[in-house]
Write a new protein. Sequence first.
Length: 469
Amino acid sequence: MAQEHFDRLTALDASFLVQEGPTSHMHIGAVTVFEGPPPPFDGFLDTIRERLHLVPRYRQRLTYPPLETGRPVWTDDPAFNLEYHVRQSALPAPGSEEQLNKLISRLFSRQLDRTRPLWEMWVVEGLAGGHWALIWKTHHAVIDGISGVDLGTVLFDFSPDPPPVEHPERPWLPAGRPSNAKLVASSALGAAVTAVRGLRSIAGLMTHPHEVLREVRDGAEGVGELVLAVLSPAPRTPLNVEIGPHRRYRAVERDLADFKEIKDALGGTVNDVVLAVVTGALREWLHGRNVRTEGLELRALVPVSVRAQGAGAELGNQIVAMRGPLPVYVDDAVTRLRVVREEMDGLKESKQAVGAAVLAGAQGFAPPTVLAQASRLNFSTRLFNLIVTNVPGPQFPLYVMGRRLLGLRPIAFLPRDHALAVAIMSYDGKLSFGLLGDYDAVPDIDIIVAALEAAIDDLLAAARAAAAQ
């Protein structure tokens, strides 16, 4: 699907707008570090201009129908200015990791301006070793990190000398702002399309009753499991406190081969190992906060893509949230991994994801005020202690303007009353953890970083000991 002027936001994308508040920012991003020297800034802007037509959403802003008669639509920004969205910065000598993290923390403490296209980027020079970085910041309503329809996809090259990009025959000219009448009509049309899809489902019931009834049954069971989860909120911890707008950011990078070695020797998947490592780090951190962990199991909100096979080019977020286990009550690292693996296997066999997808689909027909309440229920902050999202990245080098990408560090977001989020992404043989914490609630975020490193080392030592037997 092409990104068109006047596209209506999906129900899930609109829910990300509803859930945002002055202290709970719904932007996500990454830090990408490149070999030097940095490109000339004007040349970098020209490179983006040459490719921006491939991602029209990055020149579009939100437009709201009158009287909340429907979900917002994406419309071309008549005042689009690339220099507003792409900024230049530099670190003072020595350009340390600590200095870069402070800059990231400040940039992610500010909300995006909803009157403009919902993204920003910083070119950061002066990193130690002659390196430079890009800091990416995009609203969750624009991209989910799975569909591949984002600026990074068209900006990264597979070689230092990429083929030229095809340009449109005519320069970009923004479409005019739609009238209120057209916005209302679009909302009515969207509701009609949803109704037609419902009729098609009824037609499917008539022609393939057994298949449709099975899907209905699975959906009903999944919604039931979600309702039971709502009735059983996550335990209250120092992670679940009122937060402010300011952030702290840290990153941990390790070899992806270490995680594969652990799962090969001890069982499970790389994602199981990641969750076990996060569990071990949080256990140590909680002990440092004098929190008893006996019998305590935290819950992680684990985003899962429900994008159909071969649907990578479809727009809008197609993810649902499952509640993954973090058994901080387990002392032994190997036992902790086994418990995580067993509980994740059970979760995958459950119908939570199906139920969440049913609710997301039902929201497509809901008026905005009802949608707002439904989205809060589906994304209730009472159900989880922190976000832990793991996105697989490319395992080969990427380049920007001939400069090789050396490292990629993801950045998640903090929902209301959640003081920590952990994003994980792999790239070219490395696995990076990005930790985003509330500035006031998690002043000891470096303790979590150290505990994360130690948890990886513990499992790696156990894996090598098991392999040597």
